[in-house]
Design a protein around this ligand. Structure first.
Ligand SMILES: N[C@@H](CCC(=O)N[C@@H](CS)C(=O)NCC(=O)O)C(=O)O
Length: 141
């Protein structure tokens, strides 16, 4: 049977089989991609990506606030993902990196660490140079 065909079921009521309606109906039942694929895509598409709780303007956790503070101090443009908006992302990101906590910083597809690692690198002057080596622009530099 071809999409767009008109069926005549026994009751005699024609049913129009429309591809768009079938896709829309299936979308709710079949995930377009799993959470790991979604995370991998986001990590691949954003040079500096921070998974955090809350937003850069309203962080919902001190560790996330510290991560944002460090990146902002360095003048790094970054994309933030609020894991509190989606429990699947909150769990999925831990499995993606095999790291149990949030925040999580990714640079050019590479997992860098959480807020403690960011703080240590920043205090040692290593985070700025790491970002520069990766080709990330630092507005404060
Ligand atoms: N030592 C961690 C601190 C982060 C942390 O402990 N995060 C906790 C509380 S915000 C967490 O993500 N817990 C798991 C969860 O809430 O899903 C780091 O360096 O980032």
């Amino acid at each position: 049977m071809e999409f767009g065909a008109t069926l005549k079921p026994r009751a005699g009521v024609p049913i129009f089989v429309d591809r768009a309606n079938i896709v829309a109906a299936l979308k709710d039942r079949v995930p377009m991609s799993n959470i790991q694929d979604r995370i991998a895509k986001d990590v691949a598409e954003n040079d500096v990506l921070l998974f955090m709780k809350g937003t850069p303007v309203f962080p919902q956790c001190g560790f996330s606030a510290a991560a944002v503070g460090i990146l902002s101090h360095l003048g790094v443009k970054f994309k933030a993902v609020d894991v509190l908006k989606d429990p699947e992302v909150r769990q999925g990101i831990k499995e993606f990196s095999n790291w149990p906590t949030i925040p999580q910083l990714y640079v050019k597809g590479e997992f860098v660490g959480g807020s403690d690692i960011m703080k240590e690198m920043f205090e040692a002057g290593e985070l700025g140079s790491f970002l520069s080596e990766k080709g990330i622009a630092l507005e404060s530099a």
